[in-house]
Design a binder for this molecule. Structure first.
Ligand code: TEU
Length: 569
């Protein structure tokens, strides 16, 4: 066990700075606000803090559109503030991971400004510039070089009048894709990464890093994607884990990390990554990345129309998916474990009960996730059992993904249906201010918050959670401590049980003589867990109801009950 990498026992906390803590009253969170809250992170017991982007940015996609990778946006403070935050977290034994967004830059980045200035620019080939489709008039509808759609609605190509060419943007039109085929681009990215490591940061979360390699055809053109009844084509087969992505990540690892002393963490955010590819990406012998964020489970409640066509989750689908990933990375590679982040709705509202049984369901969901094999990620406010925003009007939304979808869908979908889809799935659900206390704006700002605080901050907040020993907060603290103290949690094997049960999630973890059984009731009704009688009289390690009890089999699970028990020797 001692030679297992340190991050197998680590828990990572994600700070989305704009919604974490405001220090100067402008209604947007900032780095000096983070300084006010480092003790909260230390008390929770997390090992690593990952910051969503704080770099210079026009904020078109809330900072995932970067115009200067080596400076802090004044919205969040200064480089000196960042140095102070890094020092404060290091002083408390926590590592710092930055968000690396290098599939694309902002269109206001000097690199793109130069590239766009002329077809003869020395940086023209730093981005994907292509002429109109053969035989079509530049700028005409349908003349885009390929039929790909953007993640944020509309075509993935933007017409540039001055040159009569188009540039590629898989995300917003203000997020032009960098051309990773160009070695100058790669060298510039690696130099920037080394600059950050020299500054003392401990690693990177790599934004959509599996789409940096696109399939380029003989003549330099990109291939069309499959179309479904005349809609924009699906280009994803031509960029998801593309032809050179492993080569690029291995090169990045060599150019940035090789030879450096210290303990670093790299996690690749990889929409659409398969288990087979994840095994390659995370195989330590290949030195690409330590772990990946995969998206299979967060797509299980998407209907045919995607995320804004939500469906109820079937628990057996979740168990099949997580079971496959646990089995697939059991020998080689490593899992990340998450429910929440700044792109996902809050789990207690999504797959729990954010009303009467908020505490029970949030702590059950946390227990089931954190007892899996892999590195758990806690998103700001998840440790407080924060819920979705339950917004009731379109003009309350800020997220470009939601607003772009609305602009396109309102012509063919009813208003009520769209409001329900956004209330369930919009990224803004995760971006309301962290609820610190019951004062106005939840103690997040003395000004007007950029996005309103959830009214339930009067009862759901860090101060109340800290005061209640049975709270979600203290349950997360116990889960994190369990991972630090019990090697079986970090390194034990995984066996899924009850695969066909639609109500109870059950699995075991084993390391040497130590064996745990983990149970989670995913429903509001009492349920029987039909587990083997060997678990009778097992020792209760952790539960989310506050009474001690003798374990009988089958186990009677109360609504949303979680139970971790250790088999007696
Ligand atoms: O997200 C990539 C991504 O796939 C998400 O946009 C996801 O597909 C969608 O939000 C869920 O429906 C990363 C960042 O996490 C996200 O915030 C950025 O908007 C995106 O990349 C572009 O940088």
């Amino acid at each position: 066990e001692q030679d297992a990498p340190w991050w197998t026992r680590a828990v990572v906390y994600q700070v989305y700075p704009r919604s974490f803590q405001d220090s100067d009253g402008d209604g947007v969170g900032d780095l000096r606000g983070v300084l006010q809250r480092v003790d909260h992170l230390a008390e929770l017991g997390v090992d690593v803090v990952w910051f969503s982007p704080i770099f210079r940015s026009p904020q078109d996609d809330n900072g995932y559109d970067i115009s200067d990778y080596q400076d802090v946006d004044p919205l969040f403070g200064t480089l000196a503030d960042l140095d102070e935050v890094v020092a404060a977290l290091h002083a408390r034994g926590m590592k710092v991971v930055m968000d690396l967004v290098v599939n694309h830059t902002s269109d206001e980045h000097p690199w793109f400004v130069e590239s766009r200035s002329s077809p003869d620019s020395p940086k023209r080939d730093w981005y994907w510039w292509r002429p109109a489709r053969a035989g079509m008039a530049p700028g005409a509808p349908g003349a885009e070089p390929t039929n790909w759609g953007s993640f944020f609605s509309g075509p993935a190509w933007e017409y540039d009048e001055a040159s009569g060419e188009y540039y590629l943007h898989l995300f917003s039109r203000k997020q032009p894709d960098l051309n990773w085929e160009n070695p100058e681009v790669r060298a510039a990215v690696y130099a920037m990464m080394r600059w950050w490591l020299d500054r003392g940061v401990d690693g990177f979360r790599m934004d959509v890093i599996n789409v940096i390699s696109k399939t380029v055809q003989e003549d330099g053109s990109l291939p069309d994607g499959l179309t479904h009844d005349g809609l924009l084509g699906d280009g994803s087969p031509h960029y998801t884990s593309g032809p050179r992505v492993h080569e690029f990540l291995a090169e990045m690892h060599r150019e940035v990390f090789a030879g450096r002393e210290g303990a670093f963490l790299t996690v690749g955010e990889m929409p659409g990554v398969t288990l087979e590819d994840a095994r390659l990406f995370t195989d330590p012998a290949r030195a690409e990345v330590d772990m990946v964020f995969q998206f299979e489970h967060v797509g299980l409640d998407h209907g045919p129309g995607g995320k804004f066509d939500p469906r109820p989750l079937r628990l057996t689908d979740l168990k099949a998916s997580f079971g496959r990933w646990q089995a697939g990375l059991a020998e080689t590679g490593w899992n990340s474990l998450y429910w929440d982040n700044h792109d996902q709705p809050r789990i207690v509202s999504r797959w729990g009960d954010d009303g009467r049984c908020r505490r029970e369901s949030a702590t059950m969901l946390a227990t089931v996730l954190h007892l899996h094999r892999g590195t758990p990620y806690v998103y700001q406010g998840e440790e407080l059992g924060m819920t979705n925003a339950h917004l009731t009007s379109f003009d309350a939304y800020r997220d470009i993904e939601t607003l772009n979808y609305l602009a396109e869908a309102r012509a063919h979908r009813g208003e009520g249906e769209l409001l329900a889809a956004f209330a369930a799935m919009s990224r803004d659900n995760a971006r309301t201010p962290v609820q610190w206390d019951a004062t106005p704006h939840a103690g997040f700002t003395t000004g007007t918050p950029w996005l309103a605080a959830n009214p339930n901050h009067d009862t759901v907040n860090a101060q109340a959670e800290r005061a209640d020993p049975r709270s979600v907060f203290h349950h997360y603290r116990r889960l994190i401590a369990l991972r630090h103290d019990e090697p079986v949690v970090a390194l034990g094997d995984f066996t899924m049980l009850l695969p066909d049960d639609e109500h109870v999630y059950a699995f075991t973890r084993r390391l040497g003589e130590v064996e745990l059984l983990v149970l989670g009731n995913f429903t509001a009704e009492e349920r029987l867990a039909l587990v083997d009688p060997v678990w009778t009289d097992a020792q209760v390690v952790l539960g989310n109801y506050d009474d001690e009890r003798v374990v009988e089999t089958p186990v009677v699970l109360r609504p949303w009950e979680a139970l971790v028990v250790r088999r007696r020797p």
